[in-house]
Design a protein around this ligand. Structure first.
Ligand code: APR
Ligand code: PHB
Length: 389
């Protein structure tokens, strides 16, 4: 098989890139190791910044998001007994849209099927080759038969555990990483959300987040120990703990029900530099991870592929400037989002090892935020995100 752009991974990064390239008339093939059902079964983030909304619209994949997404003009912070509403719209003129990553992925899958571009699910042993040379290609197997995809470019949209970053000689990349000493236990349920806006809570018992997917579907998170196993958390235990961590008025409104999904995710900050190795480019979780507190993961993946799609379109009309600057441009945005996600995570969680001093610093930081319009504006600007640039 021969194509212009070979994409590894059919998560939101790979599928959105495929859609943007398709719209630009650039042929592309996506290879995914899992089945489509498996990819759709993963429950992940739910907040879209303007940059992601705009790219989905550009790609022609926005109809369901525009109909079903919930525009949010602010969110709440609860710190012990104290509350602070961050009025995103008043502070920045912008909103975010609450629309699940699963739905984004479903819309992109439907769009791709209609576009007629090739997607290979359950591709085994995908390997990138010769990306530093003249004939970049991917090899993979399916049903015991070996295949080869030749391309001008290979794009690694294959997530944190993917093969593309792992195929780069270790000396050619630099890795920056921080692992946090806790995880998030998430639960999805068909119950009405406790509040029309998201509530991020710092409590003595640990962080909590009340989020949603729609007016009928809630998504909640609890900070948990890295040793916790999801099987140890019955639905009843989850709801009890959530009730204890939510502000009293929200706890009173809490409606419980059977979980649709429950999972534990570790929290990590991770960046690889650079994001280009010859004709191999990395995008999304393959190149960077943020802790979910700032809701940046999906949005960064979208802005990476937005930059890449533009760069590749420029390449095919004769300019290499975009692909030459991709890594630098993407990393500039990524480090800003890394800083914000680290800061918000540090403020809102209970750290097992920073003691009384650490807690007082968090309280002082929250006091400062409550008293400073400039600090609230900075938080709001970071939360709604930057234009793609
Ligand atoms: N070969 C083929 N496909 C692979 C391989 C491989 N060796 N390794 C991983 N993949 C696939 C995974 O199965 C997955 O479907 O690559 C895809 C990567 O998708 P995501 O992990 O969703 O990453 P990305 O598309 O960058 O999306 C970023 O999703 O993970 C969240 O928090 C993250 O919200 C952020 C967004
Ligand atoms: C979610 O709804 O899954 C969600 C929302 C906001 C976050 C993280 C996750 O910061």
């Amino acid at each position: 098989m021969r194509t212009q752009v070979a994409i590894v991974g059919a998560g939101p990064a790979g599928l959105l890139l495929g859609a943007l390239l398709h719209r630009a008339g650039i042929d592309n093939v996506v290879l995914e190791q899992r089945s489509a059902e498996y990819v759709l079964g993963r429950i992940r983030a739910g907040v879209l910044e303007q940059v992601a909304v705009d790219l989905l619209r550009d790609a022609g994949v926005a109809a369901r998001m525009d109909a079903l997404g919930l525009p949010h003009e602010g969110f709440e912070m609860a710190f012990g007994e104290r509350r602070l509403r961050i009025d995103l719209h008043a502070l920045t003129g912008k909103r975010v849209v609450v629309y699940g990553q699963t739905e984004v992925t479903r819309d992109l899958m439907d769009h791709r099927r209609q576009s007629g571009r090739v997607t290979v699910y359950e591709a085994e042993d995908v390997q990138p080759h010769d990306f530093d040379g003249e004939r970049p290609h991917l090899s993979y197997r399916q049903g015991g038969v070996g295949h080869r995809v030749e391309a001008d470019f290979i794009i690694g949209c294959d997530g944190f555990h993917g093969v593309c970053r792992a195929s780069v000689p270790p000396g050619a990349l630099q890795i920056f990483e921080k692992v946090y000493p806790f995880g998030w236990l998430g639960l999805l349920a068909d119950t009405p959300p406790v509040s029309p806006e998201l509530i991020y809570g710092h409590t003595e018992r640990g962080f909590t987040l009340a989020s949603m997917r729609s007016h009928e579907r809630s998504r909640y998170y609890l900070q948990c120990s890295l040793d916790d196993k999801v099987e140890q958390w019955s639905d009843a235990a989850f709801w009890d703990e959530l009730r204890r961590r939510l502000p009293a008025d929200a706890a009173e409104r809490l409606v419980t029900g059977p979980s649709i999904e429950k999972s534990i995710a570790p929290l990590r900050s991770f960046v690889v530099e650079p994001m280009r190795f010859g004709r191999l480019f990395l995008a999304g979780d393959a190149a960077h991870i943020v802790p979910p507190t700032g809701a940046k993961g999906l949005n960064l993946a979208a802005s990476d592929v937005g930059l890449l799609a533009r760069a590749l379109a420029d390449f095919y009309v004769g300019s290499t400037a975009g692909i030459d600057h991709y890594s630098q441009r993407a990393l500039a945005r990524i480090w800003k989002a890394e800083r914000f996600s680290w800061w918000f995570t540090s403020l809102m969680h209970r750290f097992p090892d920073t003691g009384g001093f650490g807690l007082r610093m968090q309280q002082a930081e929250f006091d400062y935020l409550c008293g400073s319009a400039a600090a609230q504006t900075a938080l709001a600007e970071n939360y709604v995100g930057l234009p793609m640039g």
